[in-house]
Design a protein around this ligand. Structure first.
Ligand code: GRF
Length: 193
């Protein structure tokens, strides 16, 4: 029988999954926290290969399952303590948001509320930062509600944008912040539950 103090994390990701990998590796040394499942909507997502090589179960779901609550039923059998989004491009259905208040967390690769909303993901975010002439960008870790990038903010960290920066160099700086802070913030949230 499972120890009741064990906390379970599951992930939603649509892309490369370097954050998912970093978080799984962070928690691999903590017996009381398990990383139980990686969910994706994208059969070409790099996160699938990462989950395989890290020996974490994964599930490629179809959009219908997502919308008709069968995925919610699957989540309810797992009973996750945190649902972590990392580069996940679909909006979370209302039924899943309602079932997991304060347990669904996202990371946005900019300082919300700037550079946010539908279609604002990946390099588009960094291009928007460059186009706006902002002197800094960063990361925002926030709760997920029914609207893109609007849940309450848990943590932000900033980095300078210089004249020499490109989309690629900004993406790189932002990823470094993500790798440093996302596992720590998730860890603290689990401790506070
Ligand atoms: C990250 O920058 C994350 O903030 C954003 O999408 C990117 C995903 O990168 N939402 P990866 O798939 O974790 O490498």
């Amino acid at each position: 029988m499972r120890n009741k103090t064990i906390k379970k994390i599951i992930f939603f990701a649509s892309g490369s999954g370097s954050n998912v990998q970093n978080i799984i590796q962070h928690f691999s040394t903590f017996d009381q926290i398990t990383t139980d499942l990686v969910l994706t909507n994208n059969q070409k997502a790099g996160v699938l290969d990462r989950a395989k090589s890290l020996n974490v179960p994964f599930y490629l779901f179809k959009k219908e399952e997502y919308l008709d609550d069968s995925l919610l039923n699957k989540l309810q059998t797992i009973k996750p303590d945190l649902i972590v989004l990392a580069g996940f491009l679909l909006k979370i259905p209302k039924s899943i948001v309602a079932a997991y208040p304060d347990k669904i967390i996202n990371i946005h690769p900019a300082l919300l509320p700037k550079h946010a909303g539908k279609g604002m993901y990946g390099d588009r975010v960094h291009q928007s930062v460059l186009d706006s002439g902002d002197s800094k960008t960063g990361i925002t870790i926030h709760y997920v509600n029914e609207n893109y990038d609007e849940g309450s903010i848990i943590f932000q960290s900033a980095v300078e944008v210089s004249k020499a920066d490109t989309v690629e160099s900004i993406a790189n700086k932002v990823h470094q912040l993500e790798y440093k802070h996302y596992p720590e913030v998730l860890h603290q949230l689990l401790k506070d539950q």
